[in-house]
Design a protein around this ligand. Structure first.
Ligand code: HEC
Length: 149
């Protein structure tokens, strides 16, 4: 029992330190969070989908959509900061990410069937999943994590 309480005390202490140090550290545009780099990757892959559609290169569309579906995740330390900031909204924030993931999976599927019109309509739905999360969270997220000057 004693070991358990020592372990949980140091865990609590570790978490407190993590939280206080991250409160002191505000990101800047020169030193952005990992999530921003992940977003820039998503954006590049969306452009690849558009370019692939224009060429009717369904393999290119399929590959780019699959990178969107399985996009990299931020490191654990950043994830913890996001969870702490989102609080009770975390489930909703996560559900936006799930919608992007699921719609990108659908895009992989219709591209593999070379169904051009479905590729276009699924792509439009995919764009809406990005927009929905941005409209709900981007502004408060940036106000919280980034320097304002
Ligand atoms: C779960 C929420 C969520 C989803 C889903 C989401 N984003 Fe974002 N996105 C964000 C947040 C939060 C930011 C602000 C990040 C920052 O400023 O560090 C952002 C910022 C961006 C940016 C701006 C990057 C920059 O350089 O300032 C781009 C581009 C972007 N997202 C593209 C996308 C695309 C494309 C998709 C869909 C395929 C997508 N996002 C889906 C939350 C989301």
């Amino acid at each position: 029992m004693k070991t358990v309480s020592v372990v949980s005390t140091s865990l609590a202490l570790g978490l407190a330190l993590l939280t206080s140090s991250s409160l002191l550290r505000a990101e800047t545009d020169e030193n952005p969070m990992e999530i921003r780099k992940i977003m820039q990757g998503l954006s590049r892959d969306m452009q690849q989908v558009v370019a692939g559609t224009a060429k009717e290169d369904w393999q290119q569309v399929e590959q780019a959509a699959s990178r969107i579906a399985d996009h990299p995740k931020p490191p654990l330390s950043e994830k913890l900061r996001i969870v702490a900031f989102m609080g009770s909204k975390m489930a909703d924030f996560k559900s936006h990410d799930d919608r992007t993931h699921n719609t990108a999976k659908e895009l992989v599927s219709v591209a593999s069937q070379q169904d051009a019109h479905k590729v276009i309509s699924t792509f439009a739905r995919l764009q809406s999943t990005c927009l929905d999360c941005h409209q709900n969270y981007r502004q408060t997220f940036q106000q919280h994590f980034y320097d304002q000057d």
